[in-house]
Design a binder for this molecule. Structure first.
Ligand code: NDP
Ligand code: 2IT
Length: 460
């Protein structure tokens, strides 16, 4: 197998092989480039993928099946008509129905959803479940909206989206800005329009079709993956260790919860306005109250805990984030894309961090990832480490289809086994392709092979 000597060389080879259709500075390019660099050795070593010129496998993989874009009009509490844009990127269904979350955030655009949809294809492949890849959402900002406004928006959004989804076609779920409340409103509207009670969305509340443990699944899975990776790499477990976490939403808070259950000490969390550093360990019940119930800024944490530190975004280091300069054994970026920069990577290295696990989708910049890859830090990439959320979504689909309800313990056992299997598969694949310990390449190669094999077998 021919080794890539440097990234520039690989980029030139990839560009020669495939006429890539996107700009170098967007997030979709970033996600795609990372995957293509990882899988490049396959084109050198494997007869089937070698033929990629002929079977067009890369071009087919990086081109979404379809991008649906629609207008969403809704009435705010002042009876003013508001207009947002809705999207669903149905990327690839070689392995199963399109599957992936919906993001409601003012920054949402086609490029972000293409990057998320692309990542989702390989992530879903890694779970071993029959799931294709998709992503969707809207530039609607749920912040500061009343509950009634959120309901009206969700209902208007589903009035369009319902035309394109179905339990065997495309099954959306949550992501940033979309949790149980939003999924329930969308499910209610889908049911009214179609008169059909079916598993068309996952992440539903438990009392009408949701799976136990879906809210916890991504965060718990991130920690299960980390424990297994540390074990495989011969490092000490998380027990008794200081950990830093970013984000204060669904993924971050449940990662913190699992860290406490394993007797680690999570000392930070962040939101879009700033960071909390509580050296004794963050107060999880208070965080849940502030972020999941009251939906207010983290700044209120210090009203209850004046001895903790609050650092607003304006005081972060230039091009960096204060959270990644707090010394820790394990770091868990769980907020959003590109929240861990080269400045942050240098701080994590300087402070002797042992593991970095991506809970968010693509939280590390390309530069940061390359820097970390040149050290012996154990690095768990998002598409492997945060796959627990979509795995339990898959379990929810199974429960809905068979009209069954699994217990919390049953789902937890299956989640843990799934995360450990993914970790082993990724680690073994890395070994097989001569990049032992490189979980980024291992995840990209293992995910790609599963999807590519199905695409080639299914024909064009
Ligand atoms: P939530 O909406 O529950 O929480 C997001 C958190 O990140 C909030 O604390 C939010 O701050 C913060 N945040 C969002 N955008 C930014 C930004 N631009 N800058 C700084 N902070 C920001 O989302 P989730 O926890 O569900 O998602 C977090 C990450 O995990 C995303 O990358 C998502 O794609 C990924 N993910 C989610 C899964 C799931 O099952 N939910 C599954 C796999 C991955 P604030 O409170 O101020 O808004
Ligand atoms: O990024 C993700 O994996 C998710 N937002 C969850 C997708 C899902 O379908 O559960």
């Amino acid at each position: 197998m021919r080794k890539i000597n440097n990234i520039e060389e690989a980029k030139i080879e990839i560009a020669k092989l495939h006429n890539l259709d996107c700009k170098e500075d967007d997030v979709f390019y970033q996600a795609m480039e990372e995957v293509l660099l990882s899988i490049f050795p396959l084109f050198e070593s494997d007869e089937m993928y070698n033929n990629s010129e002929k079977n067009g496998i890369i071009k087919r993989l990086i081109t979404p099946d379809r991008i649906i874009k629609f207008k969403v009009t809704w009435l705010d509490d002042n009876n003013i008509v508001q207009v947002n844009t809705g999207y669903r990127v149905q990327f690839n269904n070689a392995l199963g129905p399109y599957k992936g979350g919906l993001r409601f955030h003012p920054t949402v655009n086609e490029g972000i959803l293409k990057f998320l949809g692309f990542e989702q294809i390989l992530k879903n492949a890694l779970t071993g479940l029959p799931l294709g890849g998709a992503k969707g959402g809207s530039d609607f900002d749920p912040k500061g909206k009343s509950d009634f406004e959120v309901m009206k928006f969700c209902s208007a959004f589903m009035k369009e989206l319902h035309k394109y989804i179905g339990p065997r076609i495309d099954v959306p779920a949550g992501d940033i800005g979309v949790g149980g409340r939003e999924i329930a409103y969308m499910f209610g509207t889908y049911k009214k329009i179609t008169s059909s009670f079916e598993g068309v969305l996952t992440g539903k509340p438990y009392f009408f079709g949701g799976s136990l443990m879906r809210p916890e699944a991504t965060g718990y899975g991130v920690v299960y993956f980390t424990q297994k990776m540390l074990e495989l790499e011969g490092k000490e477990s998380l027990k008794g260790k200081i950990c830093t976490v970013s984000g204060a939403g669904n993924v971050a808070l449940h990662a913190i919860e699992k860290l406490y259950q394993l007797e680690a000490i999570p000392v930070t969390c962040t939101d879009s306005k700033g960071m909390i550093y509580d050296a004794r360990g963050v107060d999880l019940p208070l965080l849940k109250e502030l972020k999941l119930k009251r939906r207010v800024s983290l700044e209120e944490y210090i009203i209850a805990h004046p001895e903790a530190e609050y650092i607003p975004v304006e005081k972060y280091p230039e091009n960096g984030h204060a959270v990644w300069d707090i010394p820790s054994y394990g770091a868990f970026p769980c907020a959003t894309q590109n929240e861990l920069t080269i400045v942050d990577a240098n701080n994590l290295i300087k402070n002797g961090t042992v593991s970095i696990t991506e809970g968010a989708n693509m939280p590390s910049t390309t530069e940061a990832m390359h820097k970390i890859a040149s050290t012996d830090i154990c690095f768990a990439p998002a598409k492997a480490a945060n796959a627990g959320g979509v795995a339990v979504s898959g379990f929810e689909m199974s429960q809905n289809a068979s009209m069954q309800k699994w217990t919390f313990e049953e789902v937890d056992l299956k989640l843990k086994a799934t995360m450990e299997d993914i970790c082993l598969n990724v680690s073994n694949t890395a070994k097989e392709y001569g990049v032992e310990g490189n979980y980024v390449d291992g995840a990209n190669i293992a995910g790609f092979k599963r999807v590519a094999d199905a695409m080639i077998a299914e024909g064009i």
